[in-house]
Structure formats: structure tokens, C-alpha cells
Design a protein around this ligand. Structure first.
Ligand code: ATP
Length: 299
């Protein structure tokens, strides 16, 4: 289990991370979210022990992360760092050696992973000749060739097309099933929502929201009702508990203060001639993120 406790990091006068605490259990996926400059990469670098926290502790299975445990860790860095003059196989042998793996094991795993990522034909190709997406696959394979117990993924989906996002997502879920603890960062809330069970949202290094996705959604009071049919925007806006009404392609989206106000909207709907749709929806993570980040910036 990874335990980050009260970690703060200063770069000179800049407080990049402010009293951050979270835990990632075995086989759990944790999302670290935030806009640019929130402190995500700094946090990853501290977990990897590439830089030291100004205060606080980071422990993996009760121990500090150092050369004794890095063999058990995989890291996909934000600035992709492939040795582009090498072939895919050469790069993997180099990484494998850094992770104390023997050549036979690396080559066996490499063949399996190249097949899994549908790039078997590139094994002997120089990395510089691969497309950006395929280079990202090679980088991802480098991060997991040691079958890590802890996997850190800084923006793993950036630059990938939807089919490859799906492929990466499935591989990440397989690793989770095998018990790998996974932390990843992303700006894209829809990606986070796909498979992340626990998360923290950072704004300028500060944690503005943290917990299980399910609880976060339940605790977020504002709910949304989707209505299609013969209704009037002006009438909807007058209903007690309605925050705002947004016109959509097929009807209206009505935001209410909390779910106790659904009844008021329903009473009105009963007076309308024709209703095709009336659905109460949980807020999306994107909406919660925008609201929380907005609040933190005083908007
Ligand atoms: P992004 O999504 O843009 O990658 P991030 O959430 O990863 O952002 P960090 O790169 O961790 O954010 O940066 C957090 C803060 O620390 C920013 O204000 C940044 O300018 C500052 N910072 C990061 N690295 C350094 C450094 N080496 N020296 C000084 N300040 C730094």
C-alpha cells in the first residue's frame, strides 16, 4: 500500500504541494486530478524519490521508496523519455537491466506485451521511426515490463486515439486485477470516470476534494434533471429549488439544489401535455471538477 502523509513541497517560495495525504491500496486505482500547475508531476516525482518533500512522508508497504524497492515500481513520465536511437527490443533490454531483470524474462514479457498492444511488427524497429502513439505504447510497455506492484502514470492517455485509449484502459484494469496499485494523473475527467475508484483534486497544490468517486458523487448535492417534451423554460425557472435551466438539442437540463426538489419539478411536469423524457442524473465528474476548481479560485 502507498501512504502519502502530510506532504508539502516548496520550490523556493513556491508551494507546489500543500499538505497532501492519500492512500492507495493493493489493486486500487487512484486519480490525481488538477489543472496545469496543480502539483501532480511534483507529487509523482516525490513518490519516485527523484525529489524530496520539504515535509511529510511517503511510504510504500511501510518502507521509504529507494533503490531497494524501485524494481517493483513502474513510472510513465509526462515528458516521454525513450532512447529513440535504439530499437524497441534494445530499449526494453536496457530498461529490464535497470530493473534487475534477466534477458530471457524481458524478451518473453516483451513478446507478450507487444502482442497485447498490437505492435509485434515493431520489435526490431528504431523507436525514432515509430508514430507518436506507438512510441507511447513502447513507453507504457517499458513502465510495466517489470510487472510493478506500484504503477505511476502521468497523463497516460495524452495523444492517444479512442481505440488506443480503450486498449490502455483494459491493460490498466488487468494490472489492477493482478493487484498492482495504480496512480494516474489526467485533465480529462471522462477518462478518470472510466475506471478510477478513488481520487483527489488539487488546486495550486491544495487538496480541494478527496475520496471515493461514488461518495463524491453522492455528497455533491446539486442534481440534474433531463426533460424532453412540451415544457416551458420560463415555467421551469420559476420552480422552487431550480438553480438554472439549460436548453439542450432535444430538451432541457434542469439543475436543482438537491434531490428533494425533484418532486417540485415533477408536479409541474404532470401539468404538461406531452413528456418524452424525465430523468434524474448524477452530476458528471467534469461538472464537480469545474465547480470545485471554480470555488477554489473564488469564481
Ligand atoms: P501540468 O498538468 O501542467 O503538468 P502539474 O499539476 O504536474 O502541472 P507541477 O509540474 O507539479 O504541476 O507544478 C506545480 C507547481 O510547481 C507549478 O507552479 C510549477 O510552476 C512549479 N514547479 C514545478 N517544477 C518546478 C521546478 N523545478 N522549479 C520551480 N518551480 C517548479
Amino acid at each position: 500500500m502507498l501512504k502519502v502523509s502530510n506532504v508539502t513541497k516548496y520550490y523556493g517560495d513556491v508551494k507546489a504541494v500543500d499538505d497532501l495525504s492519500f492512500e492507495v491500496e493493493k489493486g486500487e486505482i487512484f486519480g490525481l486530478l488538477g489543472v496545469n500547475g496543480a502539483g501532480k508531476t511534483t507529487t509523482f516525482r516525490m513518490i519516485m524519490n527523484l525529489i524530496s518533500p520539504s515535509s511529510g512522508t511517503i511510504l510504500f508497504n511501510g518502507k521509504k521508496i529507494d533503490y531497494n524497492v524501485t524494481d517493483k515500481i513502474g513510472f510513465l513520465t509526462e515528458e516521454r523519455s525513450l532512447l529513440t536511437k535504439l530499437t524497441v527490443k534494445e530499449q526494453m533490454l536496457f530498461y529490464g537491466a535497470l530493473k534487475s531483470l534477466d534477458e530471457k524474462t524481458v524478451l518473453k514479457r516483451l513478446d507478450e506485451l507487444l502482442k497485447r498492444f498490437e505492435i509485434e511488427e515493431y520489435k526490431e524497429r528504431k523507436i525514432s521511426t515509430l508514430s507518436k502513439g506507438n512510441q507511447q505504447k513502447v513507453q507504457f510497455i517499458s513502465a510495466i515490463i517489470n510487472e510493478p506492484k506500484l504503477l505511476i502514470l502521468d497523463e497516460p492517455f495524452s495523444g492517444l486515439d479512442p481505440l488506443n485509449i480503450e486498449l490502455f484502459k483494459n491493460v490498466i484494469l488487468e494490472l489492477k486485477e493482478k493487484g498492482t496499485s495504480i496512480i494516474f494523473s489526467s485533465h480529462r475527467m471522462d477518462h478518470v470516470e472510466l475506471f478510477c475508484e478513488k481520487l483527489a483534486i488539487l488546486v495550486k497544490g491544495k487538496t480541494v476534494l478527496k475520496g471515493y468517486l461514488k461518495d463524491i458523487k453522492e455528497d455533491y448535492k446539486i442534481k440534474k434533471i433531463i426533460i424532453e417534451g412540451d415544457v416551458k423554460k420560463t415555467d421551469l425557472k420559476k420552480i422552487n429549488g431550480v438553480i438554472n435551466v439549460i436548453k439542450t438539442a432535444l430538451g432541457y437540463e434542469v439543475n436543482i439544489k438537491d434531490k428533494t426538489y425533484v418532486e417540485n419539478v415533477f408536479e409541474y411536469i404532470k401539468t404538461c401535455k406531452k413528456i418524452n423524457k424525465f430523468v434524474l442524473q448524477e452530476p458528471s465528474l467534469e461538472e464537480i471538477f469545474v465547480a470545485k476548481v471554480g470555488e477554489a479560485y473564488g469564481k
